[in-house]
Design a protein around this ligand. Sequence first.
Ligand code: SF4
Length: 83
Amino acid sequence: MEIICKRCLLSEISDEDTKKTVRELIETMPEDKKADDTTYHQRLDICKSCDELINGMCGKCGCYVELRALQKVRRCAHEDKKW
Ligand code: SF4
């Protein structure tokens, strides 16, 4: 039975194949496209307190928040623009 975890980032759950794919995308993202480290972690902290986060995925847009938050030009998918 799959465990559904609200409030978890992808890095905190155990789907190894998905985690590996996302980790590779993060590692290969060009530096000039990435948000700085402080911004990235502030964004993830907000996602972790958001009701839309389910198993590392945003319920508003369906993306993995660790990827979305890393991209400098991205914004929160919520209508309230939490970050
Ligand atoms: S709605 Fe915004 S804060 Fe909430 S999980 Fe999605 S991106 Fe993160």
